[in-house]
Ligand binder design. Structure first.
Ligand SMILES: [Zn+2]
Length: 377
């Protein structure tokens, strides 16, 4: 739910997505700032008559400035991750920062450093904007820089709160996990996150501050999600991918109609299909001929409904993560939650495609192992 967003551009191959919360939040920022800009100006001793541009223009400029600030904050996370050899699958820009989806779990100390890079960059931008506000520029431009400096300082400080899902929660987990182990450290950071969310919620309700209530909901869901993932990981850890994957895999050609393939998946009770190139002269699920993968969810996308002649080539996913049968099943959880993939392709020792792991497969494994009272080994 928090993973969805519209891809607006790519940087070093990483899709940068815009989350619905930010789409709604930016016009709100523009509006509020436009009503407050003259007040802010007066507060720093600038008479109203000195503000020449219409307030709405300043509001829009500052909203765009905030957007760029959040983007730079996320890019700082991603670049530190990349320099640590961690693949970043996507960046989602949200209301109060963003989420950089990493391919796999990293050592907690490294994760702490990656998490710290974001707030650090926000403080850096705040410092830069404050220095600009001291330059002999037109008075209202200086006020705008001052406002941006303040916004970035708040962004940095908020994200540094030592609670999941904020960056500070990751820093805290990194620092705690050498003593408590990663699971207990995750639980502590998530519990603090939930506690803080309840506090924000109460404060928001008592002060009739809708924004604070929204932030509370956001933080609570993020903390709960992080805790849930940690528990799932625990269940799956040490289990080979072969035990959770499905081999009910069909084949489809890129130029086939999506509706036909959907019917075939249903009739033959298949979890998904490999999309292969047109000649059909190969077998053994050689990954070189696999163009992509479609699952039921890919075929059910609304844009395909509107175009009944759409081909499977339009529906398939091409950047599907790959794992091997003997890999740890917890790694597929990271790949599925970390990216926006609906499935992970499973290869055997001979690099042939032998199956798929979809979120439904993981859910089934986690539920059954839970019902069985843990893993019997
Ligand atoms: Zn951050």
């Amino acid at each position: 739910m928090f993973d969805r967003g519209w891809t607006i551009f790519r940087i070093r191959g990483i899709p940068v997505k815009l989350h619905i919360t930010l789409v709604l939040f930016l016009p709100y920022v523009a509006f509020v700032t436009s009503t407050q800009f003259r007040v802010i100006a007066e507060a720093v001793g600038l008479p109203r008559s000195e503000v020449h541009l219409p307030p709405l223009v300043w509001g829009t400029i500052l909203a765009v400035g905030l957007f760029v600030s959040i983007l730079l904050h996320e890019l700082a996370h991603s670049f530190v991750a990349l320099s640590n050899g961690v693949r970043v699958r996507s960046i989602t820009l949200m209301m109060l920062g963003g989420v950089s989806r990493m391919e796999r779990d990293v050592k907690p100390e490294r994760e702490a450093w990656m998490a710290f890079a974001g707030p650090l960059s926000s403080f850096g931008i705040a410092l830069g904007c404050w220095l600009f506000s001291l330059l002999p520029l037109p008075a209202e431009v200086r006020v705008a820089f001052l406002a941006l400096a303040l916004a970035n300082a708040v962004l940095g400080a908020f994200n540094l709160l030592p609670a999941f899902p904020m960056d500070g929660g990751r820093v805290l987990r990194g620092l705690l996990s050498s003593r408590l182990g990663i699971r207990r450290a995750t639980r502590v950071a998530a519990t603090i996150g939930k506690g803080m969310a309840v506090l924000f919620g109460l404060l928001g309700l008592l002060s009739f501050n809708i924004l604070l209530v929204l932030i509370a909901v956001f933080v609570y869901m993020g903390a709960a999600g992080e805790q849930g993932r940690s528990q799932f990981r625990q269940v799956l850890e040490g289990l080979p991918v072969a035990e959770v994957m499905t081999s009910r895999l069909g084949e489809a050609h890129a130029d086939e109609r999506a509706g036909e393939v959907a019917r075939r998946l249903f009739r033959q009770n298949l979890a998904g299909a490999l999309v292969v190139d047109g000649d059909g002269e190969h077998d053994g699920h050689d990954p070189d001929h696999v163009l992509g993968v479609v699952t039921a969810w890919d075929l059910a996308r609304p844009e395909l409904h509107r175009a009944p002649d759409a081909t499977v080539g339009k529906a398939m996913r091409t950047d599907v993560p790959r794992v091997h049968t003997r890999d740890d099943a917890a790694a597929t959880l990271d790949a599925l939650v970390g990216g926006d993939a609906e499935a992970v392709l499973v290869l055997d020792e001979g690099e042939h495609v032998v199956g798929l792991v979809t979120p439904a497969d993981l859910q089934r494994a986690i539920t059954l192992l839970g019902a069985a009272g843990g893993r019997a080994r």
